[in-house]
Design a protein around this ligand. Structure first.
Ligand SMILES: [Zn+2]
Length: 143
């Protein structure tokens, strides 16, 4: 058995119909035995709604959604970066050193610090009880 979605060219009705095989459909069509359920017209054809096309449009939609999601995240991170730049001192690659000097020398700073540190640095800082957070970072050039 095979199911076809049929469309009436006269009244635009679409309906599903079962046939023994595609050959059976061709035979019935030739003998004018397929007619519209609604208006009885013989101008009934297989509805050529290619599933592939539907799939493509779905895929496209999802990509668009992902892009919007990505842009939202990027915007949030940009705001986060602005906040950090405004409220923290940039120490570049001296981050681990500066973090330690604040921690051990009890250096009072109005601002926190941010900079780059290796994963190893962060691990060591953590072991020494120094609070350091990793944040995802977009370089301005990539915007
Ligand atoms: Zn019809």
């Amino acid at each position: 058995m095979i199911k076809y979605n049929l469309v009436c060219r006269k009244c635009e009705l679409t309906f599903d119909s079962w046939f023994a095989s595609s050959k059976e459909y061709d035979k019935l069509k030739k003998q004018k035995l397929i007619n519209c359920h609604s208006c009885g017209s013989l101008k009934v054809e297989k509805n050529l709604m290619a599933p592939k096309l539907i799939g493509e449009s779905f895929k496209h939609k999802n990509e668009k959604k992902d892009l919007i999601k990505y842009q939202k995240i990027k915007k949030t991170l940009n705001e986060y970066q602005k906040f950090i730049k405004k409220n923290f001192d940039y120490v570049g690659e001296n981050f681990a050193y500066e973090a330690r000097s604040i921690h051990y020398n009890n250096k009072k700073k109005n601002k926190g610090i941010y900079g780059t540190a290796s994963k190893q640095d962060l691990k060591e800082l953590k072991e020494e009880g120094i609070d350091a957070q990793m944040v995802p970072w977009f370089e301005k050039e990539n915007n």
